[in-house]
Design a protein around this ligand. Structure first.
Ligand SMILES: N[C@@H](CCC(=O)N[C@@H](CS)C(=O)NCC(=O)O)C(=O)O
Length: 221
């Protein structure tokens, strides 16, 4: 096995999804901090690793992969002893893929990034209410996806759970999850928070992003 390096920053949800996956697989890796607010991801050196200049980036034996969903799927295919976290069965895998794409397009891009970019990079401190409504709409979908299952894709945890929890655990700072309105989502979040090393791998970074949002937002309009 080659040397694994994860490039990222704690507050980043997709970085935390990769950390949860690496830990679940028992993989050793070096973690290299990329300070986004200081522009370290825009350097020539980092662009050679990832021309899209996003974190996370995984380095495996000198090769680079970016995009957390691709990284998590790669890690399971390449290193897992079983396929539980990313099943080979066509239908089961399709279900995991659907949730991963939901995280990528709806939760991360549609909710987190749409709020974060104006706040952190354009100094616009008022958040349109429609963007908060979009979070609740996403929660409605998640409530339906979970249904009576323990995890997002059934009885066992998969990389979809790691991906989705990375953003939901920060979105709660913008749109609280009411246990009466979202009993399934709330129960699932509790189960995820009870996973080994959850706090150090995801909880602390999720809170950092919540604090970053709180320090910038002046008003919901
Ligand atoms: N869908 C991507 C999102 C990656 C992403 O946008 N990461 C943010 C930090 S949370 C970033 O690197 N932003 C800096 C930039 O876009 O220049 C993934 O899952 O890896």
């Amino acid at each position: 096995m080659g040397k694994l390096v994860l490039y990222g920053v704690e507050a980043s949800p997709p970085v935390r999804a990769c950390k949860l996956t690496l830990d679940a697989l028992g993989l050793q890796y070096e973690y290299r901090l990329v300070n986004l607010l200081a522009g370290e991801h825009k350097t020539k050196e980092f662009s050679l690793k990832n021309p899209q200049h996003t974190v996370p980036v995984l380095e495996d034996d000198g090769k680079f992969i970016w995009e957390s969903h691709a990284i998590c799927a790669y890690l399971v295919r390449r290193y897992a002893k079983s396929d539980d976290l990313y099943p080979k069965d066509y239908f089961k895998r399709a279900l995991v893929d659907q949730r991963l794409h939901f995280e990528s397009g709806v939760l991360f891009q549609g909710c987190i990034r749409n709020i974060a970019i104006p706040l952190f990079y354009k100094n616009i401190t008022e958040v349109p209410r429609s963007q908060i409504d979009a979070i609740y709409e996403a929660y409605d979908f998640l409530e339906a996806f979970i249904g009576n299952q323990a995890y997002l894709c059934g009885t066992g945890i998969t990389i979809a759970d790691y991906s989705v929890v990375s953003s939901v655990s920060s979105l709660v700072g913008l749109a609280a999850i009411d246990a009466k309105r979202y009993p399934k989502l709330n129960g699932w979040l509790d189960r995820m928070a009870a996973q080994p090393n959850y706090q150090s791998l995801n909880g602390n970074g999720a809170q950092m992003l919540i604090d970053m949002f709180s320090s910038k937002i002046t008003k919901i309009v």
